[in-house]
Design a binder for this molecule. Structure first.
Ligand code: ZN
Length: 209
């Protein structure tokens, strides 16, 4: 049983090793910081269960921060198409996992992204990729929301962009700071979504469907 679990982990680590983007030197630095951290909280970094934790945690952090090292242009490239569409395009319920920059704890939720094209549209899966690029960094929810909206505005030059993010923050939930189920909502409205009340209310009613 234990043997099988170990070999599963080996596979997982092998797979992620092939795709290291931080470089071995930085991964080593992160791993030794985690070792130090385990020691500082009174744990024994050399005990069986923790022996490989610093390396695993470093790999995990590399993945969770890969947005810093991704090129948005490259992701979007080839997925922008010409179109005469001029209605609201809404991508709802995009899963979102990020890390709060104040506590380095996750916040988890969904993003809803809408835009009104003005000549250019983008593949739907790319919208989710854009969300990931900004979510996989140290973030605060307000900035994440704005960055998603502004990047779409830049890439597509649409008539408007609207982004709503709703998320639960583990730094509040786990530390008992706020009610367990409170959800934080942020929005960023640009272009016609900001300027035109009718467009805005159409977007809001689409969100509620
Ligand atoms: Zn926090």
């Amino acid at each position: 049983m234990i043997q099988r679990r170990n070999s599963d982990l080996d596979t997982e680590e092998r797979l992620s090793r092939d795709r290291t983007d931080l470089g071995e030197r930085n991964l080593d630095r992160i791993a030794s910081a985690y070792r130090e951290l385990l020691d500082a909280i009174g744990e024994d970094p050399d005990r069986e269960g923790l022996r490989r934790t610093p390396d695993r945690a470093a790999r995990a952090l590399e993945f969770l921060t890969q947005g810093y090292r991704q090129d948005l242009e490259e992701i979007i490239n080839g997925a922008v198409f010409e179109s005469t569409a001029s209605e609201i395009i809404l991508v709802k319920d995009i899963e979102l996992y990020s890390l709060c920059e104040h506590h380095l704890l996750p916040f988890i939720g969904r993003a809803h992204v809408a835009y009104i094209p003005s000549g250019k549209v983008i593949g739907l899966s790319k919208v989710a990729r854009i969300v990931d690029v900004f979510a996989r960094r140290l973030q605060i929810q307000e900035n994440l929301t704005t960055q998603i909206a502004e990047s779409l505005m830049r890439c597509l030059e649409p008539s408007g962009v609207a982004v709503v993010v709703e998320a639960k923050h583990l730094c509040m939930m786990m530390r008992g700071v706020e009610k367990q189920n409170s959800v934080m909502k942020t929005s960023c409205l640009l272009g016609v979504f900001k300027d035109d009340a009718r467009t805005r209310s159409e977007f809001l009613s689409l969100l509620q469907e």
